[in-house]
Ligand binder design. Structure first.
Ligand code: IPM
Ligand code: MN
Length: 356
């Protein structure tokens, strides 16, 4: 009996629909090759749904998702709707309500031609960022006093708990242990954001349990500099929610751009969410120009998470092959029609399967 996974499909806004469609096509192909099945359920949430119904993401949707194995997600963001409203309700909503405390973002250069840095190749750019995903400035604890007046005061709380800090640090150590270099860098700003001293202390405590892991530390400002100057210094990095958000856009650029950067929002052992890290890019929506590589790689990460390891690596390897051989000539908007890339990945997967 082949395994059956329940998968939510949430394309969201803008180009989300097109890139998720390609990811689902690839999923169809990979599951028939590796002999598993997926039961897919469309989740309609996003701007259109909100404009039609006034509903962002209802509790019932979260309850439904809790019954699933994973969700493949596109992007949220629409200029017709107040900034942050849907992002907070849907993206942050899923991260918080499903307690997806790991935001796993691999930064891997597949093709040296994609890298804007001089003299850096795939050897130098291969890191894994473990971004904390349920705390920090994202908690939504903020307020305005005397809003709109000249004396206005605005505050937002950066919140860290011992439990939340420890679990992401522990996850990052486990990830580092599974890699060749076994190095973990803590990225924070404890010299200015003194509350992050909690990170410094927790990291040191957990490190004692992992004597085989080389540990390092970089303040976020310096980490940005090193990622451009000496990206080879990094193997696995663990950081706070906000810094992780920022540093992984920088990371995306050194691996080739937003079109190729994928991520997983994970709670080990529970339903988890996989998405390209790019946004909804509304001006490119419906034009068949968005690059679906990141969404396809996110589907690969999802297979890996589900335990279909061979399927996950097959997707990644096919993408590597296509970009190294320049059949995928670029991962920027308009480099290829969106559906052409999905078709290429599928054809290549089938060709590989025919060989074994
Ligand atoms: C990301 C995005 C989100 C974030 C936005 C859309 C709220 O930038 O997933 O990186 O800041 O986490
Ligand atoms: Mn971001």
């Amino acid at each position: 009996m082949s395994k059956v996974y329940d998968i939510g499909v949430l394309p969201g806004d803008g180009i989300g629909e097109e890139v998720v469609r390609e990811a689902c096509k690839v999923l169809d192909a990979i599951q028939s090759i590796y002999g598993f099945q997926t039961r897919r359920e469309a989740l309609p949430y996003g701007a259109e749904h909100f404009l039609k119904t006034g509903e962002t993401m209802p509790d019932a949707a979260f309850d439904r998702i809790r019954q699933m194995h994973a969700v493949i997600f596109g992007a949220i963001g629409d200029p017709r709707i107040e900034v942050g409203k849907l992002e907070f309700a849907i993206i942050a909503g899923m991260r918080f309500k499903l307690d997806l405390y790991v935001n796993l973002r691999p930064i891997k250069l597949y093709n040296p031609a994609f890298c804007p840095l001089k003299d850096k190749g795939p050897e130098q750019i291969d890191m894994l960022v473990c971004r904390e995903n349920t705390e920090d400035a994202y908690c939504g604890i903020f307020g305005h006093f005397k809003k709109g007046e000249p004396e206005e005061v605005a505050t937002q709380t950066m919140l860290y708990t011992r439990r939340g800090t420890e679990r992401i640090i522990r996850y990052a150590f486990d990830r580092a242990r599974a890699r060749k270099r076994k190095k973990l860098t803590l990225v924070d700003k404890a010299n200015a954001v003194r509350a992050q001293d909690l990170w410094t202390r927790t990291f040191a405590l957990v490190a004692r349990e992992y004597p085989e892991i080389e540990t390092d530390h970089a303040y976020i400002d310096a980490a940005c500099m090193w990622m451009v100057k000496n990206p080879e210094w990094f193997d696995v990095a663990v950081t706070t929610n906000l810094f992780g958000d920022i540093i992984t856009d920088l990371g995306a650029m050194i691996q080739g751009g937003m079109g190729i950067a994928a991520s997983g929002n994970i709670h080990p052992g529970k339903v988890s969410l996989f998405e390209p890290i790019h946004g909804s890019a509304p001006k490119y929506a419906g034009k068949n120009v968005a690059c679906p590589v990141a969404a396809i790689l996110a589907a690969g990460m999802m297979c890996d998470y589900l335990g279909e390891k061979q399927a996950g690596s097959a997707i990644e390897n096919v993408v590597i092959d296509l970009v190294r051989s320049k059949r995928i000539k670029g991962v920027n908007t308009g480099d290829h029609p969106t559906d052409e890339i999905g078709n290429m990945v599928i054809a290549e997967l089938r060709a590989l399967a025919a060989k074994v």
